[in-house]
Design a protein around this ligand. Sequence first.
Ligand code: ZN
Ligand code: ZN
Length: 383
Amino acid sequence: MSRINELKSEMIAWRHHIHAHPETAFEEKKTTEFIIEKLKSFGITELYTDFAPTGVVGIIKGKKEGRVIALRADIDALDIIEENKIDYCSTIPGKMHACGHDGHTATLLGVAKYLSEHRDFSGTVVVIFQPAEENEGGARVMVENGLFDRFPIEAVYGIHNQPNMKLNHFYINHGPMMASYDVFEIKVTGVGAHAAAPHLGKDTILTATQIVNSLQSIVSRNVDPISSLVVSVTQIHSGDTWNVLPQQAVIRGTVRAFSADVQDMAEQRIKQIATGIASTFEAKAEVDYQRRYPATINYAKQADIAIEAAKKVVGENGLIIDPLPSMGSEDFAFMLQKIPGVYVWLGAGKGANLHNPAYNFNDEVLTTGAQYFIEIVNQELGG
Ligand SMILES: [Zn+2]
Ligand SMILES: [Zn+2]
């Protein structure tokens, strides 16, 4: 592990460079060029850029033949104006690495450099630098473009840093880790009227607010109390002035769950409630329900491998096994739909939360994450 500690200052420099040049979903051109330049300088020449508009996949072969595993980092930034006063602050107006993907990328670059220098493993490590984790599901695009068909990858491993979780502790679940993420839009159409003559219209605001109230009954009355479900209405748009009952109202929101059954139920109930209430008030409701990210469900076998690897890095006391999962979502889920693997959280200690304008990746976890990935390779392809 001393070699990884030697690489620390380089990893920090890469992280700061990426932090200063944030790029968002499928626009990570300079970031991808930077990664490719680094990988080539490490002697990693088998590179693939055709799985997504941006991002890159590198192949590192061990000295002996063997199984194939993958390590994944996400590389994209967010549309946030950075508030940090640091000398490597974002130079791109309105864009910022506020989820720590700059750190994930630097971590995996460090791992790639180490593995390229130390090829004393049996098999192949595929390093996946994945674009567009935020909003656009870059993992789905890479999977659909055959990432796991072209290479016989048996398991995939990912890390996400987590501020305000214990510094340099690994949080590892054997099952659900992150929830699914669906969005819905309900268009309520009535008959517009003068506010002084409501009897001549069909009131869309009254209808929409009844729908919003009743959507709350899905979580309280339709789902098994032991299961998890969140239905959040996050937008309601209607009306332009004081004395008009508007003809249309639009409600938007999100649904998060851990199982497809619960997702199916929520979709069905949203449609029933919206159309039923609209017809009660003589209006119409059209529901558009879209599934964005599936739930991230870890595989128990790979979770055990992750636990053994993490134990080597932070010891027994640095492990939190089977923590409560998060209702947030993660497009690593698309990879786990295709092949086994595990997604773990790496505690980053006190600081601003993810997606906050004052967030900054904690450089103290770079080597911890890198050592963990190297131990995964030892566990999977050692000897
Ligand atoms: Zn994020
Ligand atoms: Zn993230």
